[in-house]
Design a protein around this ligand. Structure first.
Ligand SMILES: C[S@@+](CC[C@H](N)C(=O)[O-])C[C@H]1O[C@@H](n2cnc3c(N)ncnc32)[C@H](O)[C@@H]1O
Length: 250
């Protein structure tokens, strides 16, 4: 993507780089990195998402991706490799990138990892088509990544360049999107959970405060496809109750 970012966009990308670098590095230091669940907190309860919720969520995502019968995958924002580790060995080639590779350090350093599994440390907007190994991907995955993008302009620019990269007939999968249509309800629920006995006035203050401090991008999931002229399918998930199940879509 050949585009200069604004300083606000650069600051936001840098801030998330620092946050995730620390989360993954701490996980390794504390010896809790093996399950790859660092940083997954339920915004509704403020507590870490239980492992069984996360594995159900991961399996549902992988099943959805498998159903597309991909051969060449580009995974933008691989994180701890929750999807990469399962889907990577099943396809012909799998190229994973992230702001930090600290979450997949073991895989990056593993000389015995599958030959088609490659990694690159870069942000979504820095992806260079020339640096991608092999043919154009038939599946591009951004799972639980878009809400960290600085704004809609950044998202649109990234999606435009990724659609150019995609093989004809391929799928660009935006998973675990924060659904802006459900955001007001989500904020009210978070506020109510933080102070269950708050009166309506206080509740309004709490909602306003949560909205002010919110650094994540929420969007109407139909919008990117509409503005880019791409055929779009929006899918919800039937999962155990959590922030992921109630307020996110693929
Ligand atoms: C919640 S994790 C999701 C990881 C993985 N996709 C999954 O579903 O398990 C979000 C990841 O997105 C990465 N990320 C955030 N903003 C990004 C950007 N602009 N470009 C590339 N990766 C980004 C973060 O570094 C982090 O590792």
């Amino acid at each position: 993507m050949n585009r200069t970012l604004t300083s606000a966009q650069v600051d936001r990308v840098d801030a998330w780089t620092t946050v995730y670098e620390e989360i993954y590095t701490d996980g390794h230091a504390r010896g809790t990195a093996a399950d790859g669940l660092e940083g997954w907190v339920d915004a509704l309860s403020g507590r870490p998402l239980p492992a069984e919720v996360m594995w159900e969520w991961r399996d549902a995502t992988v099943d959805r991706l498998r159903g597309l019968s991909p051969e060449r995958v580009l995974d933008v924002g691989t994180g701890t490799g929750m999807i990469t580790r399962v889907l990577g060995p099943e396809v012909r080639s799998y190229h994973a990138v992230d702001l930090t590779l600290a979450g997949v350090r073991d895989l990056v350093d593993d000389p015995d990892r599958p030959a088609g599994l490659t990694f690159d440390r870069c942000a979504a907007h820095e992806l260079n088509p020339q640096s991608l190994p092999g043919d154009r991907p038939d599946l591009i995955v951004l799972n639980s990544v878009v809400h960290y993008f600085p704004d809609r302009d950044y998202l649109d620019a990234v999606l435009t360049s990724l659609l150019d990269l995609l093989a004809p007939g391929g799928v660009l999968f935006l998973g675990d999107l924060r659904d802006a249509r459900r955001d007001p309800r989500r904020l009210r629920e978070r506020a109510r959970r933080s102070e269950p006995w708050a009166d309506p006035h206080r509740l309004g203050e709490l909602v306003a405060d949560l909205a002010r401090r919110d650094r994540e991008l929420a969007l109407d999931p139909w919008e990117p496809g509409e503005s880019l002229g791409a055929e779009t399918t929006v899918l919800a998930r039937c999962l155990q109750d959590s922030d992921l199940a109630r307020y996110r879509v693929d």
